[in-house]
Design a protein around this ligand. Structure first.
Ligand code: SF4
Length: 689
């Protein structure tokens, strides 16, 4: 028994799915996962996990895993050695860069990969390939929230910790569905609400699980959140209920902001949003009466033409009511992927070095130039959205993308896929042969988190280490190893032998990571940035100062942008989002038996009113058509949705066409985040039941 026991290995890891950042032990024997065991020491989740963290790991041993590099030969892919694949990539990238300039190549990073891998990838783009054309998928989700926060309070991240949310008197959830998207975080809210009298308000198109429990649930018309947010600020000022001392001591721009609210009266707000004046006053009063308010939001706010402005309006409201800098207060844009926060933090963004220092700042650039021994480009690069446009206008000739299924997760996938067809050269690095890989010239097999070491940063800016459970599958390699090998072939002289050395370099260059080290992150330890050199972390931001030179926050006037109209013919509004069991495009969860067994198929939620009007029954097969494409799906009639509003899960479920066949290429004008939540569709019944 002792012998057998000794073959069982217990390894601490961090969940590969959502931004909550649960950590747990994986019990394994050879290549088999015996169980997933959370431990009390886990800083975020303690002994909890959700279904994905518990059952979502079979994909690691899936026979679909890429085990060798592939090179396109005409319409086919043939297996190649690493030597051959890297030779082709370095030759082609050099050729294209020399002929069309460094900015003719785009680099797309991965929010599923580690901080160290993202750091290395932006270093590859900037230092080796001499371009700032590097971005990650936060462009598709929370960049509007980060930008709204940078404008108002200075740092584009959650202002407190997940545990802290439980200390709020009032939690306001806007355009988010934490019970399915951030389950363990939602459990904390449910507990605080049930046991400690915390008040819960949900504002959402869909009656989601938290909305059902809420003390107040408000259903605005699609795309009108900014209006009610501004109206509540105005009402509080009009009643003299703003936090006068906080505004006087800690906030700039109060008068100008107040004036900007003039048109946002209760009457106007009620007319535009469909929320009654009484409900608005009730919410304003609840916010005023609570000592500590935090606001949580996600894609329902950000994925609109005015996503950045609405995020700004949320932060403005928190400032007006003095809800920053104390436990149980603040802004919580909920991060989607396990490392979408970290990918941005570590510099895979076109305008920022690691730690959000601008590439245009000569002093900052000089620091990196000295450390890396190169001259760096000054001009901010293209973001993901601009890369697609640049392919069509002939400026972008090649792309290198890792751990991102952009062909189906970017909006308007027909358009994006047509762009990929036009690329002269395309490298895709992933664990599976994704839909995006079908457009590649070279596909490189990468290793997921269980097959390497690294760190992830969760939604609350907490950095945690994960350790290696298995050897990389087949000939696959950790992404950081691949990036380093390629960089060295292209003239760099990198010699990182472990991710800890990459982190040490990032810590030496980016002030917000100054005190982060693998030693301090050992085991269950974690650090929440900014971390000073002596290791002092910052769980709550803005306790004394906001992150601007004068230490004061800024109220920023914002106006409503009406949502995109698809035209009269497209008479139904299609909302979309996550499901508890599956994750995003589904490449990992569909390959995890415990999960697909439970939820094998997607569905479209249709309201009882609409179902009756059109004679549609549960299980009917319908076709949705938008100006951009078509999707076939089965119907679930439910009062989760109302009237002419539909809800479709955003997963692609194997061969089913994903929601992004329907979405448009329109986007938030500030961040270029697509307006995924503003689709008009028409619905035809193909099979009545
Ligand atoms: Fe993983 Fe998120 Fe579930 Fe935690 S809540 S186990 S991080 S998917």
């Amino acid at each position: 028994a002792a012998m057998r026991q000794s073959r069982i290995k217990r390894t601490k890891t961090v969940c590969t799915y959502c931004g909550v950042g649960c950590s747990f032990e994986i019990w394994s024997k050879d290549r088999e996962i015996l169980k997933v065991e959370p431990q009390v020491e886990a800083p975020v989740n303690g002994i909890s996990t959700c279904v994905k963290g518990k059952w979502g790991w079979d994909f690691v041993n899936s026979s679909d895993r890429l085990s060798k590099p592939l090179i396109r030969k005409g319409e086919k892919f043939v297996e190649a050695t690493w030597e051959e694949a890297l030779e082709v990539i370095s030759r082609k990238l050099k050729e294209i860069s020399q002929t069309f300039g460094p900015d003719s190549i785009g680099y797309v990073a991965s929010s599923k990969c580690s901080n160290e891998e993202n750091y290395l990838f932006q270093k590859f783009a900037r230092a080796v390939m001499n371009t700032n054309n590097v971005d990650n998928c936060s462009r598709y989700c929370q960049t509007p929230a980060s930008t709204g926060l940078m404008r108002t309070v200075g740092i584009g991240a959650d202002s407190g910790t997940i545990r802290d949310i439980a200390r709020a008197d009032l939690v306001l959830v806007v355009g988010a569905n934490p019970a399915e998207s951030h389950p363990v975080l939602a459990t904390r809210i449910k507990r605080a609400h049930k046991l400690h009298g915390q008040k819960l308000v949900v504002v959402d198109l869909r009656l989601n699980e938290l909305a059902e429990r809420a003390d107040l649930y408000l259903h605005p018309k699609p795309g009108t959140d900014l209006i009610w947010l501004n109206a509540i600020s105005k009402y509080l000022f009009d009643q003299g209920l703003e936090d006068k001392k906080f505004l006087k001591d800690r906030v700039n721009g109060v008068e100008e902001y107040k004036q900007s609210l003039e048109k946002y009266t209760l009457e106007y707000a009620a007319e535009k949003t469909g929320i009654t004046q009484e409900e608005l006053v009730k919410l304003a009063t609840m916010i005023h009466e609570a000592q500590r308010v935090c606001i949580l939001w996600a894609m329902g706010v950000t994925q609109h033409l005015g996503g950045t402005d609405t995020s700004t309006a949320i932060s403005n409201l928190l400032l007006v009511t003095g809800n920053y800098g104390r436990p149980g207060t603040g802004a919580y844009p909920l991060r989607g992927h396990n490392n979408v926060q970290g990918a941005s933090d570590f510099g895979t963004m076109p305008a920022w070095f690691p730690g959000y220092e601008p590439v245009q700042d000569a002093k900052v650039r000089a620091r990196y130039e000295q450390a890396w021994g190169v001259t760096l480009p000054e001009k901010p690069g293209l973001n993901n959205h601009q890369m697609v446009e640049a392919i069509f206008n002939g400026k972008l000739k090649a792309m290198y993308l890792f751990g991102e299924d952009m062909a189906i997760v970017d909006s308007n996938s027909n358009y994006v896929q047509a762009a990929f067809e036009k690329l002269d050269f395309f490298v895709v690095q992933d664990i599976f042969f994704t839909k995006t890989a079908q457009f590649a010239d070279v596909v490189l097999p990468a290793a997921p988190s269980l097959e390497k070491e690294g760190t992830f940063t969760n939604t609350e800016k907490r950095i945690q280490r994960f350790y290696q459970v298995f050897e990389p599958f087949g000939e696959s390699k950790p992404d950081w190893v691949i990036i380093q090998e390629l960089a060295n072939r292209m003239g760099a002289d990198w010699s990182y032998s472990h991710p800890s050395e990459i982190m040490a370099e990032a810590a030496s260059l980016a002030p917000i990571f100054a005190g982060i080290s693998y030693e301090r992150l050992e085991g269950w330890n974690s650090q929440i940035w900014p971390v000073s050199k002596d290791g002092q972390e910052t769980p709550i931001l803005y306790t004394e100062r906001f992150a601007f030179p004068d230490g004061k926050a800024r109220l920023v006037p914002v106006e409503w942008t009406a949502p995109f109209e698809s035209g009269e013919e497209f008479d139904l509004h299609l909302n979309n989002g996550r499901l508890l069991e599956h994750f995003h495009e589904g490449n990992m969860t569909y390959r995890s038996a415990g999960i697909t067994h439970k939820v094998p198929n997607p569905w479209l939620e249709v309201s009882p009113q609409l179902a009756q009007e059109r004679g549609i029954k549960d299980g009917a097969l319908v076709r949705l058509t938008s100006p951009y494409g078509k999707v076939k799906v089965r119907v679930l009639v439910t009062d989760n949705v109302k009237g002419k509003e539909l809800y479709l899960t955003m997963n692609s479920f194997k061969d089913m066409e994903a929601v992004n066949r329907l979405t448009s290429s329109y986007h938030d004008r500030i961040t270029h985040t697509p307006n995924y939540k503003e689709i008009g569709v028409k619905m035809e019944v193909l099979e009545p039941e």
